[in-house]
Unconditional design. Structure first.
Length: 644
């Protein structure tokens, strides 16, 4: 048979080509096996590491993103603090060592109590495999059942950036929050999964939370939960309106983001209130989704959630927006359509004085009954979410209200209700001001810088009316006649929360201010003193006119006081008027009796006005009259404000 084969293949009598075929075939087979052996050698752990070094992959921006590396005083380092996130012992500070160790780990067997490296770091694995031209078969086979199950369950296809707005009466929520939801094949967004980064704490003291958050005393973790749970928490429990921003990420990019989220599962980093917070950490997820994005390069030293929404929008990732009003907002909206008698009747319905079927006997027509039942239904559900009602009582009352409501048919058309301006389209959170004025008989030029965030006199569009957070508000004044530059004040932080009370909500308004201020002393001069002034009280009104009264205490610390301090109490009254969203007026009076340390009285009346000249600019006129130690001081100024 062999000879027959040769006769057939060589066919010398037909040209003599057969003498070249067998040697050529042998050469081909030799090159094939040698090439396969060489390929296998190149794709060994050492071969891949060498190729990665040649390509300088440890310097690739995407590798730095996956490791959350950022410049620091020690050089390039990761913002992740959990040692479990790194394979190399010095991986937090050495990108090359971490890449080498990661590649090596892909070839090593896993222990019984630890996932294989390919399953633990799927985003790293897929990117390195692609960059190095390797295949799955080049690595030891592993089974990532937990990851595969999560991918099947979430089925990532698209993503939405979520901004739960601010909540005046919660210090932890006054800057807002950001999270991302990963959408699957479901039509309802509520069935999606929310990726959230937050501080792990059960702290209930708002002041303690703020202090610990500022100094990084909390650990922050990523979590993945059903979106409807987070929506109920923010919108229904915390009274925060929610804005949704669909992102133009495709299915591959969304999957890549989910794989990186998986790598951060159960991994902590130190949580800092003003920079390494929810807003900043989420930007790494978006950078992991789309290589080439450098969102973190556009942030400031302080990071505010709404600013990151603006950054994402400026990079062209946001397609549209959807507004989800909170339950409290819906209750307030219905109540605003009711007259005084209807509101009183609804309160009787809520306290059980009358039943859902007795509204007509109480004098309400059909339209009024619909409003009363709608408001009562929302209120009962809100009380249940706040755990003010037990499940059985809630179910009984809720069903009876719905039953009565179903008999009245559809509601008549509601008055037009204008959706608020998107938060990312409000004024910038940074403000710079230039101005001039006089204090007593001294003329001055003034410069102010405020890194964050919103003042009572700033335009409310995109913000919560009656709220103020001034952080690190610095005011410098130059007095030309004296050729003297002085620090007029430095508010480390000033928070004011004017939450109006109504028949259906009875919040406490409050304020706190701490920093350095110029204070008139009994020697006739002004001196820099430290001030701490908290207070609490009530507010009444609406977005157009809001009046308030507060009981306050004040601590002043300076060597110019007897015993180096002055401590006292008093109160303040004020009214805030918003005319057509362009002209705001704030009139206020305050009096404090300092009885301890350095006894004296201080009183002040002021009238401040702001004219909004554009989204990024305004003019502010201030006028105050102060009496301290029997000395009267008038301060008047005009400032031009620039927001960005």
């Amino acid at each position: 048979m062999r000879f027959v084969f040769y006769d057939t293949v060589q066919a010398p009598e037909k040209g003599g080509l057969g003498i070249f075929i067998l040697p050529g075939l042998a050469l081909f087979l030799c090159l094939f096996f040698v090439g396969s052996a060489a390929r296998a050698a190149d794709n060994s752990a050492e071969g891949l590491r060498e190729r990665a070094r040649q390509q300088q992959l440890h310097q690739d921006p995407y590798w730095l993103t996956l490791l959350h590396y950022r410049p620091s005083l020690r050089g390039l380092g990761s913002l992740i603090d959990d040692p479990a996130f790194f394979v190399a012992d010095n991986g937090k500070w050495d990108a090359q060592a971490e890449l080498d160790a990661t590649l090596q780990a892909f070839f090593e067997p896993s222990s019984s109590d630890q996932l294989p490296a390919r399953c633990r770091f799927p985003a790293r694995y897929e990117w390195l495999k692609e960059q190095l031209g390797a295949e799955d078969d080049d690595f030891p086979a592993v089974t990532c059942s937990e990851l595969d199950e999560a991918l099947d369950q979430v089925d990532p296809r698209s993503a939405v950036l979520i901004f739960p707005g601010t909540h005046n009466n919660s210090p932890a929520s006054m800057f807002g929050h950001t999270l991302i939801i990963i959408e699957g094949p479901y039509k309802s967004r509520l069935l999606s999964y929310a990726v959230n980064y937050s501080a792990f704490t059960d702290e209930t003291n708002g002041f303690a939370y703020a202090v610990k958050g500022i100094f990084g005393l909390y650990r922050g973790y990523f979590s993945v939960l059903p979106y409807y749970q987070k929506l109920r928490e923010y919108r229904d429990l915390e009274r925060r309106d929610v804005w949704e921003y669909p992102l133009n990420l495709d299915a591959d990019e969304t999957r890549r983001m989910f794989l990186h989220t998986w790598e951060l599962k159960d991994i902590y980093s130190d949580y800092f209130f003003f920079d390494e917070n929810c807003a900043y950490q989420l930007l790494f997820l978006l950078e992991a989704a789309r290589p080439g994005l450098r969102l973190t390069d556009h942030t400031r030293p302080w990071v505010i959630p709404i600013d990151t929404v603006r950054i994402v929008g400026q990079q062209g990732l946001i397609e549209s927006s959807l507004y989800r009003p909170s339950k409290a907002t819906r209750i307030a909206r219905i109540a605003a359509q009711m007259n005084d008698e209807e509101q009183k009747t609804t309160l009787r319905l809520l306290d059980g004085s009358i039943g859902p079927t007795e509204l007509e006997e109480a004098g309400l027509n059909q339209a009024a009954q619909i409003r009363a039942l709608d408001l009562a239904t929302e209120s009962v559900e809100f009380s249940y979410f706040k755990k003010q009602l037990g499940q059985d009582e809630y179910r009984t009352r809720y069903i009876s209200l719905l039953t009565a409501r179903s008999k009245l048919g559809a509601a008549s058309a509601e008055p037009d209700w204008q959706e608020p301006l998107r938060p990312d389209r409000g004024h910038g959170s940074n403000r710079f001001s230039l101005g001039t004025g006089f204090r007593a008989d001294d003329y001055y030029l003034q410069a102010k810088i405020r890194p964050a965030y919103h003042n009572l006199l700033d335009a409310d569009a995109g913000y919560i009316a009656g709220s103020q957070i001034d952080f690190a508000d610095l005011v410098l004044r130059y007095y030309p006649e004296e050729n003297r530059l002085r620090l007029h004040n430095l508010n480390l932080i000033e928070i004011v929360s004017l939450s109006p009370r109504s028949r259906f909500f009875k919040p406490i308004s409050w304020k706190v201010k701490t920093g350095l201020i110029q204070w008139p002393a009994d020697d006739g001069g002004d001196h820099l003193v430290y001030e701490l002034s908290p207070g609490g009280g009530f507010s009444y009104g609406n977005d157009a006119v809001l009046g308030y009264g507060m009981v306050e205490t004040e601590l002043l610390v300076s060597g110019h006081f007897r015993d180096s301090f002055a401590l006292g109490g008093g109160g303040s009254l004020g009214v805030l008027v918003n005319l057509a969203d362009r002209w705001k007026i704030h009139a206020a009076a305050r009096h404090i009796w300092h009885e301890a340390g350095g006894p004296h009285r201080s009183g002040e009346a002021r009238l401040d006005q702001t004219l909004v000249t554009g989204r990024s600019s305004s003019l502010t006129l201030t006028l105050s009259r102060q009496k301290v130690h029997g000395r009267y001081l008038t301060d008047a100024g005009l400032n031009w404000n620039l927001f960005w």
